[in-house]
Design a protein around this ligand. Sequence first.
Ligand code: GLN
Length: 503
Amino acid sequence: MSKRGFFGHPGGLSTLFFTEMWERFSYYGMRAILILYMVAPLTEGGMGLPVSDAGAIQGTYSALVYLMTMVGGWFADKLLGLRRSVFWGGVLIMCGHISLAVRGAGTFYLGLLLVVLGTGLLKGNISAMVGQLYDRDDTRRDAGYSVYYMGVNLGGFLGPLVCGWFAQQPAFKALLGSWGFSPESAWHFGFGAAAVGMFLGLVQYSLARGRFPDEADRPLGIANQAEHRVAWRQFLIAVGAAAGAVLVTAGLHAGGAVTVSPVGFAGFVDVVLVAVTIGVFVWFFAAGQWTPEERTRLIVIVVLFLGATVFWAGFEQAASTLNLFADRNTANTIFGIPYPASWLQSVNSAFIIILAPVVGLVWLWLGRRNPSSPAKFAFGLLFLAAGYGLMIAASLLAGESGRVSPMWLIGCYFFQTIGELCLSPVGMSAMSTLAPARMQGLMMGVWFLAISIGNKVAGRVGGMYESLPLPSLFTANTAFVLVFAVGLALLVAPIRRLMARAS
Ligand code: GLN
């Protein structure tokens, strides 16, 4: 395995960098046009869904993406190892985008399902592979993750530009017309572009097999063949049970006993998420033989979990509420030339690339005065609220159906990105620091659960775009996030004392 290959990092890092770049290209490229496609009228090639349904579907899709990362982690640990799980995850993602590229309700939902399953297999496991490139005491590991994070955001930047151009730009629609295609099918070329991106990622990933350590090829969570067989059996039983549940539900639906609909399913997933969350925390408190101090720390974990959930619920509205605002209430021209509304979905990633080094330097410069992790959570929420504060003004200016300068959204994303840079990099580690050693593995799941619920709520809130006046929607967002920011800020000192004792 080459030790020096990519900015002084193991060569495998460049492979993972570009694989994840293409995967994020496809994820964020498709996400940039998803809700816009769902609400676009049938005459414009969209699905003609009411915005509340579209929000519900968008939230369910993205919530399941993050929930599936936990299953994907188990799959790699017990069954296939990291390298193959990432490969097959990429294949499923590509097939999902191909399915979306074909017009029709069936192919649409099948496409979403495949992207959910594939991202579950790929996203968490590929970042675990980054860690495997370094020996335990290699000091380059953190820097390696920073480089990798740039790949994430390069993909997040390019995807909406490319997929958005295909899906929405009049110039491309005209081109389609001149080729004899219907211009309204442009959406599907946008989804197709996402598939091509994932394909390119897979090609370069497959060509670089030899760049990874042997352990990437082994399921590390099993001790022997017998355990491997047990795990496969568990997996097949779970798949069989899921298939059975789908068949029974389909049968009941066909017989008229129940009505299954995407929106009904969204409601079902709401209930599942609430039940999983309550289950996890009840189990935390009831099952463990915790000391009184551990119990106090668990309460802090609940507080941080709530903070993170609220953060993602606001932040992930980039794809729902803010994307709709870009499409309906923003004047999308630059120097008089029109550009697709979905291009504004690139702004967050662009700011991450620009600001991540700046924020890193600020923490370094603050030295011993560097804020504690809970303080960074509070800052994250404050910046998020500031972004929504701007949107109150923007929506008042826009009125019922007016359009405002894109600088409002860009300003909003600027604040939200600073918020992301405060909260996201420390989030998971802050929760694990507080958790007892025997719960470490679970904390990763709890972190993803917060992101999952956040995405779910973000979809639901976006679904209120037409039922609430926009200034009220943005005021509610601002106020809600602000309340949690202030609450958390008040808890910073007590939490810091607890964490000091924990370490
Ligand atoms: N933008 C980052 C990524 O796609 C983080 C997203 C998140 O953690 N919710 O990896």
